[in-house]
Design a protein around this ligand. Structure first.
Ligand code: CO
Length: 504
C-alpha cells in the first residue's frame, strides 16, 4: 500500500483560517526552505484571500510573494486556490481576465491550481481548467463539500466525472467548513477513486474536531493526498496539524515518513510568528466548535467574521447572526458556503438580524437568486424569488454567467497606460480585481513606512501593526435608524457591500 502524501497549508489556509490572512512574506521566507525539505507533496502558498490581504493590509505585491517563495522553496510544487470565474474576488470576471491571471500566475511559478466554484457549477470552472492545461500546469478540480438534501454522494460523483471530462488532472474534495464525517469521507473517496479514476485529495478543516478522523477514514479508502498544517496555524478552524496526523497514523501501513525534528523546528518558528500576529488570532478559532456543523461556516470565514462583528460592535449578535445563516442558505437553494457565497450569506444574515428578515436584500444575495453566480444546487425559495423579482424588476438568467461579460483586457491596459502604471498581465489582473489597492501599491512611498508596511527582518519577523480596514465597517450611517431608500455600506469578512434599506 502506498503511503498517503501530505500537502502543507501553513502558508495559505493555515494563517487565513487562524490569523485573518495576515502572515507576511517576510514571516514566511525563513520557514520556506525547511518546508521544502520535508517531502510534502505540495505547499499551498497562494490564492484564496492571500492576494487581497497582500494588497489591502500588507502593502505587498502578491506576485512578488509567489516568486520569493518559489525561490526559497524550489523543489516542492506550490498550490494556489482559485475561485473559478471569480479568480480571487467575489464576482465573475470575463474569460480574457481569467486567462490572463492564470498565464501570469503560471509564469510566476505556480504549479498546481485548485479550482472551485462556490455553487459547484462546472460552467464557472471551464475557462480556468482549459487555461491551466494550456499553460502545462496541474488542474485540480475541487468539489465543494457541504450537506443538504441536494448534496448526495451520487451528485458529487457526477460532478467528479464532469471535472474529469473537462480535463482536470486530479479531484479535490474541498470541505471548507470541516463538516465531512468519517463515514462520508470514506464513501466519497472510495467512489471517486473507483468511478472517476483520478487522484483524490481531501482538504478539510478541524473546526468541529472531525478533521483528523475524516482524513484517517479517507486514507483507509485510498485517498492520495490529505492537507495538513503546522501548529499553531493548525487545528481549530485550520487544517489538522501534521504531527498530530502522523501520530494518528502510527503503525498504519500508509503512514508517511517525516523528519520529526524538523517538524518540531517549524512548530517552534511558527509559534513565534503566531504570537506576533496576536491581534488577528482568537482562542475561539483554536477550540473545537461543533456549532459549525449547524452553521456550516468555513474556518476562514469564522475567523474573519468574529473580527468584523467585533469591529461593528455586533459581537453580542454573533449567535443570532450565525443562527440566521442556515435559513438564508436554504432560501438561496442550499448553496455551499465558501467564498464568495459565505460572505454573501453572512452579510445577508447580518442584514436580516439588523433590519428584520428580507427587509433589506443585499444586491449580491439577489444576484444569487437570479442565477448571476451560476445555478444554485437546489431551488430558490419561491417567496424570496418573487420578492427579488419585484424589487429588482429582473428575472433569473439562463446560460453561463460569464457569457454576458465583455472582454476587458484591452481596456484595462489602456487605463493603466493612461495612469503611467505597468500594463503587463500581472498589473492588468490586479487592477481589474483590486483597483484602489493596486494604485496604492504603486503610489510614491512615504519616507516613513506606513503602518503594517514595515519591512520585518528575516528570521525575526516584525510585529505587524494592524491596518484599519479602508472601507468603513458598517459605517456610522448604519447606526442610524433604517429609513426607506437609505444606502448602507457593510463590510463582512473583507467584502464591502452596499445595501439599500426599503420599508416593506
Ligand atoms: Co480550506
Amino acid at each position: 500500500m502506498k503511503p498517503v502524501q501530505f500537502n502543507n497549508t501553513v502558508l495559505r489556509d493555515g494563517h487565513q483560517s487562524l490569523a485573518a490572512t495576515r502572515m507576511t512574506t517576510a514571516q514566511m521566507l525563513p520557514a520556506a526552505p525547511i518546508l521544502d525539505e520535508m517531502g510534502f507533496a505540495g505547499l499551498e502558498t497562494w490564492g484564496g484571500a492571500t492576494i487581497d490581504a497582500c494588497l489591502r493590509f500588507l502593502g505587498e505585491n502578491p506576485f512578488d510573494r509567489l516568486r520569493a517563495l518559489k525561490k526559497a522553496a524550489p523543489k516542492t510544487p506550490q498550490l494556489m486556490l482559485l475561485r473559478g470565474q471569480n479568480i480571487v474576488q467575489y464576482t465573475s470576471f470575463p474569460d480574457d481576465v481569467v486567462e490572463a491571471f492564470i498565464r501570469a500566475d503560471a509564469a510566476a511559478g505556480q504549479d498546481i491550481f485548485r479550482i472551485f466554484d462556490a455553487l459547484n457549477d462546472p460552467r464557472n470552472l471551464a475557462t480556468a481548467i482549459k487555461t491551466v492545461k494550456a499553460c502545462g500546469k496541474h488542474a485540480r478540480g475541487e468539489i465543494c463539500y457541504t450537506t443538504s438534501p441536494v448534496h448526495t454522494v451520487e451528485n458529487f460523483i457526477k460532478l467528479g466525472r464532469e471535472l474529469r471530462e473537462m480535463g482536470c488532472d486530479s479531484i479535490g474534495i474541498k470541505d471548507m467548513s470541516g463538516v465531512i464525517v468519517p463515514k462520508v469521507a470514506y464513501e466519497l473517496t472510495k467512489q471517486l477513486k473507483e468511478k472517476v479514476g483520478l487522484p483524490v485529495t481531501l482538504h478539510t478543516h478541524d473546526t468541529a474536531g472531525l478533521g483528523a478522523a475524516a482524513y484517517l477514514a479517507a486514507i483507509e479508502a485510498g485517498v492520495d493526498i490529505v492537507e495538513t498544517s503546522i501548529s499553531p496555524f493548525a487545528n481549530g478552524t485550520g487544517q489538522p496539524d501534521t504531527l498530530r496526523m502522523l501520530a494518528l497514523l502510527e503503525g498504519h501501513p500508509r503512514c508517511p515518513s517525516f523528519d520529526l525534528q524538523k517538524l518540531a523546528q517549524l512548530r517552534e518558528y511558527f509559534t513565534d510568528v503566531y504570537k506576533q500576529l496576536s491581534k488577528f488570532t482568537s482562542p475561539d478559532n483554536e477550540r473545537v466548535d461543533s456549532d459549525t456543523l449547524i452553521y456550516q461556516v468555513p474556518g476562514g470565514m469564522l475567523s474573519n467574521f468574529r473580527n468584523q462583528l467585533k469591529e461593528q460592535n455586533m459581537s453580542d449578535k454573533f449567535t443570532e447572526v450565525m443562527a440566521e445563516i442556515p435559513r438564508v442558505r436554504a432560501a438561496l437553494g442550499f448553496i455551499p458556503l465558501v467564498t464568495p457565497t459565505s460572505q454573501i450569506v453572512g452579510t445577508q444574515a447580518m442584514l436580516n438580524v439588523k433590519f428584520g428578515r428580507w427587509k433589506t436584500i443585499a444586491p449580491a444575495a439577489a444576484d444569487i437568486a437570479l442565477n448571476k453566480y451560476g445555478r444554485p444546487p437546489g431551488v430558490v425559495d419561491a417567496e424570496l424569488l418573487k420578492l427579488i423579482k419585484e424589487r429588482t424588476g429582473q428575472t433569473p438568467v439562463e446560460g453561463r454567467p460569464a457569457d454576458a461579460l465583455t472582454p476587458r483586457m484591452p481596456k484595462l491596459r489602456e487605463e493603466l497606460a493612461a495612469k503611467g502604471l505597468p500594463t503587463d498581465d500581472e498589473a492588468c489582473v490586479l487592477w481589474a480585481m483590486f483597483p484602489q489597492e493596486f494604485a496604492k501599491l504603486h503610489a510614491p512611498k512615504p519616507a516613513t513606512p506606513a503602518p503594517g508596511n514595515a519591512e520585518p527582518q528575516l528570521g525575526k519577523a516584525a510585529t505587524p501593526t494592524p491596518t484599519p480596514t479602508p472601507a468603513p465597517a458598517a459605517s456610522p450611517a448604519a447606526a442610524q435608524p433604517a429609513g426607506p431608500g437609505k444606502r448602507y455600506r457593510l463590510t463582512i469578512a473583507g467584502q464591502t457591500t452596499e445595501a439599500v434599506v426599503e420599508e416593506l
